[in-house]
Write a protein that binds this ligand. Structure first.
Ligand code: Z5A
Ligand code: MG
Length: 188
């Protein structure tokens, strides 16, 4: 069949939920099954923008919150021509975090700051971290209410192998359906 595009498979989730582990395994499994597949991750720390983000995340530098958000966004946009080219060539892309992390984490930061300030509990790192995770999760849940994006929820508390098998089956379905959804719809 000519002109069949690749699927854009994005893994999002809470910190340490296993996204990087699963992304790598998925690419390997898809290739074994005969699909063309490549791995992308965001933040992509190897670019100039990515290096700024990496330094910020490692607390080696500080940055204004809006600027950081825009750098995360720019870090994705600099890869969009590559993403479109690969998808149009029929390569399936597995993406370890994408724009949804950008929305969920930035809104968590804003909400957490407001909440923590109201309670006068700034500086309690452990608590702030927990509040942050809860807010980010809420952000992801809100984003998932957009049914046009074909979200699938996977229970990441199971074994690596069980999680992998579910993601692999879901990805095979996504690859089979990808041809029916024009690429342009992904960047409206
Ligand atoms: N961020 C943002 O603010 N704005 C944006 O636009 C974007 C990101 C794109 C760094 O991201 C931060 O950037 C992140 C969001 C923010 N911040 N926070 N906070 P990152 O993707 O570079 O983060 P990371 O350092 O890679 O962590 P992670 O992605 O959260 O982890 P993970 O990839 O989900 O987990 P993992 O590395 O695959 O696994 C963690 C460990 O658990 C490892 O030892 C595994 O062997 C183990 N593991 C994995 N699965 C299992 C199961 N099923 N059972 C038992 N053990 C497991
Ligand atoms: Mg990761």
């Amino acid at each position: 069949m000519a002109g069949r595009r690749g699927a854009l498979i994005v893994l999002e989730g809470m910190d340490r939920s296993g996204k990087t582990t699963q992304s790598r395994r998925l690419v390997a499994a898809l290739r074994t099954a005969g699909h063309r597949a490549e791995l992308l991750r965001f933040p992509e720390r190897s670019t100039e923008i990515g290096k700024l983000l990496s330094s910020y995340l490692e607390k080696k530098s500080d940055m204004e919150d809006h600027s950081v958000h825009l750098l995360f966004s720019a870090n994705r946009w600099e890869r969009v021509p590559f993403i479109k080219e690969k998808l149009s060539q029929g390569v399936n892309l597995v993406v370890d975090r994408y724009a949804f992390s950008g929305v969920a984490f930035t809104s968590a930061k804003e909400l957490q700051l407001a909440e923590a300030a109201a309670r006068g509990e700034f500086g309690l790192e452990r608590y702030e971290s927990r509040a942050f995770q809860e807010q980010a999760l809420e952000g992801f849940q809100q984003l998932m209410s957009d049914t046009s994006l074909n979200w699938k929820t996977v229970d990441a508390s199971r074994s690596i192998e069980d999680v992998h098998e579910e993601i692999r089956v879901l990805s095979e379905e996504a690859i089979a359906c990808a041809a029916w959804r024009p690429l342009g719809e992904l960047w409206k």
